[in-house]
Design a protein. Structure first.
Lengths: 434, 434
């Protein structure tokens, strides 16, 4: 572990063992903290109540805790990259700082507190804000994406403390808002400065080290039609039938992109650049031909792709599909970009922080972790692209259950991730005996 | 004119001429009345304000005017046929009765006061509640469907009066509510009793005599999917893509029905039984695979078709389409019937009232009118099927502009329809000199 701060192997093995025991001893605390966080809804835009819980915990844990609302003026120059809100009143970031003993590298441990909506609660086996624990899994919206990640950070620091260690470098835990619609909270934290030598985001990576984050651009299609009374529907033009044409074209576009992308980290992923239509609204009356349709979705990018060039390509695809239809050729659909505009980002797969985190995982689990790319957008890009801070993602839970009914996290995996993060903190920042 | 009440040809020609001049003399009054009605929005469910205008006018015209709210309890047994509302408070029918001089047949002149919504107002050249008159057309929501029809009735009676005639049979003008969502208002009027020997509804028929009304059943499809984060969208199942399967099947079903229906009055109509999807809603987040979709539409029937048998057929079609899809086969979509459930209805094309109205049209216009079927549902069925009252439809305006941006009616056609209705009243009810 060339990146570890000069600890001898026996001391490090002893530290790993002591921290591991400390994490295991905090298992109930971790589960209870996660449950209490899941039980406070924190849909993007409504993070205030959950952040109060976070701030109280950080203070209890002895972190220098700051609660501050992002300033819209600071974010305005980046409005194209995050969902811009006129005000963040009632939506603070919460930052807990553990000043280092001195002489080590600094580290940011980031997690976002906001979650997506629940969808239809009746599709959940466990109510979305229950925090039910069944068979070692804790259920609820945000369980893995990513209140579990925030618990990972806080318990990791608590475990180091209770095991008798104090990091030498500064460690900053960030509970940031608005990740799901673009990451205004993390961006504001990066812009606020302070910086760090590295950052780890505990997104649910299934205990893989993620060094590349996909781009994800939210778009809206406005598809026109011509209204008519349904009794003479052939004299109208259905915006819904028009949309079918565009949807088929977008799925073909996605397939062509997947066949042509050759980023090595994305090679194992069948759908590297998903184009998803997530929301549809059309028409106003069952017995009228719908004259309008709005579709909202997201399109994926891989690192190395330029946002503006991709947007042009996407518009061209929509225009080409429209040109194949007599009505749409005369009445072209509109493409708008809105909300989260996640640029892709990556760090080298052998970046020091990635190698160090892999080493910590190997020390805890026994085998090295997968080094992977993600197809989702995340706050990683703000650290890498805006802050110039090496950033990787690593955490318990699976994105496959995020944004989904019955989102959950394995408490055993959460403990593993917590041990790995604690050891990574020690390796990266160095430790002094407390 | 065997159905006319024994008037000699010269007297009838004189009456037609005098009534025609009276209608022409009331052209400004008619345009102003229609404009004032268009300017008071009366979306289905919010008819109260417009009905006040109607009642005031009926009183001014000397009609015995009743304003009464339908009683939901009376309509409950018919809940499957009209959109059932728990209460009609603030949504009165307005009935204006002109007692006959004695010795003639009675006649109901019906028009509905409610309208559909405007759709996107920006798609209108003339604002939807403007009542703008340009090049002899009056524009606005309800201009032809069917505030114009109500004006036709009231001006027809005013013209008879000003020309010195009084009908021998009772004439009742009905301004009824809730036609667009199933006709609770007209049904309540029929159930209230009083009856009549015939009824004319001034729907916008382009001055054709309509003796057959299509059925129109509103349906809702609930189409399931399986949610997933968009970054792994292939692990979800899109309710939108599932809907495409069902929509294609419904369009094929419509085509097969059109090929097999052999009702002679519908032979000239290419799409006899339109299946329209008018409203779509799906998904909750652009970056999640949509797990739900709701589609609302209407399916058409021709007279002679049984509602329950058709509903079974429709369900079978949806089920058969779902069975072709691996996901829908396991997670079948639901079909619900809601809102307007318009049964088809017809009277013989040589029914006395149809022949009499044709004769009146021929006397005014010079040529006999087309005798046609309509593909839309209307209140006609309540008079025919529930009240046992022969009913036909005839009016100015075109259903092609109803439910549409820039709905309008030609004021010249409105005058023609008014003359025809006035003459038909005279022919049907007989007249005395006032």
């Amino acid at each position: 572990m060339e990146d570890a701060q000069g600890m001898d192997p026996a001391a490090r093995a002893d530290l790993a063992a002591r921290v591991g025991r400390a994490v295991d001893g905090l298992a109930e605390d971790a589960a209870e903290m996660l449950r209490s966080l899941v039980r406070v809804p924190s849909l993007t835009g409504s993070e205030g109540a959950a952040q109060k819980v976070v701030a109280a915990r950080m203070r209890t844990d002895g972190l220098e805790t700051e609660v501050w609302e992002p300033d819209a003026a600071d974010l305005a120059p980046y409005a194209d990259h995050v969902t811009f809100h006129e005000s963040y009143a009632g939506r603070p970031n919460v930052i807990g700082r553990l000043p280092g003993a001195g002489g080590g590298r600094s580290l940011i441990l980031n997690a976002h507190i906001d979650t997506v909506e629940t969808g239809d609660p009746s599709t959940w086996t466990h109510p979305p804000f229950s925090g039910d624990i069944v068979d070692g899994r804790l259920y609820g919206r945000g369980a893995c994406d990513m209140k579990g990640g925030l618990v990972t950070h806080l318990i990791a620091l608590a475990a180091l403390r209770s095991a008798g260690y104090r990091p030498r470098g500064d460690v900053t835990v960030q509970s940031t808002i608005s990740e799901e619609d673009g990451g205004a909270g993390a961006l504001a934290a990066v812009l606020r400065g302070g910086g760090a030598d590295g950052a780890i985001i505990t997104e649910p990576t299934r205990l893989a080290v993620i060094v590349a984050q996909g781009g994800s651009l939210m778009f809206r299609l406005r598809v026109p039609g011509r209204s008519a009374h349904a009794c003479v529907r052939d004299e109208g033009v259905s915006a819904i039938e028009n949309f079918h044409v565009l949807h088929r074209a977008l799925l073909a576009f996605e397939a062509r992109r997947n066949a042509s992308i050759d980023h090595p980290l994305y090679a194992p992923i069948a759908n590297k650049v998903p184009v998803n239509i997530g929301v549809l609204r059309a028409g106003s009356w069952p017995s009228s031909v719908p004259e309008w349709l709005e579709a909202e979705g997201r399109a994926g990018l891989v690192p190395g792709e330029d946002l503006d060039a991709f947007r042009d390509l996407f518009r061209d695809e929509v225009a080409a599909a429209a040109a194949t239809d007599p009505y749409l050729n005369e009445h072209p659909p509109a493409v708008e970009w809105f909300g989260g505009q996640f640029a892709p980002a990556e760090v080298p797969r052998d970046a020091p922080l990635a190698r160090l985190l892999s080493g910590a995982h190997a020390a805890i689990v026994g085998d090295p972790p997968p080094i992977e790319a993600a197809t989702y957008g995340a706050d990683m890009r703000h650290f890498v692209r805006v802050g110039g801070i090496p950033c990787v993602m690593y955490g318990a839970g699976d994105v496959r259950v995020a944004h989904h009914a019955d989102e959950h996290v394995s408490l055993a995996d959460l403990a593993t991730a917590t041990k790995v993060i604690a050891l990574a903190v020690a390796d990266w920042c160095g430790v002094a005996e407390a």
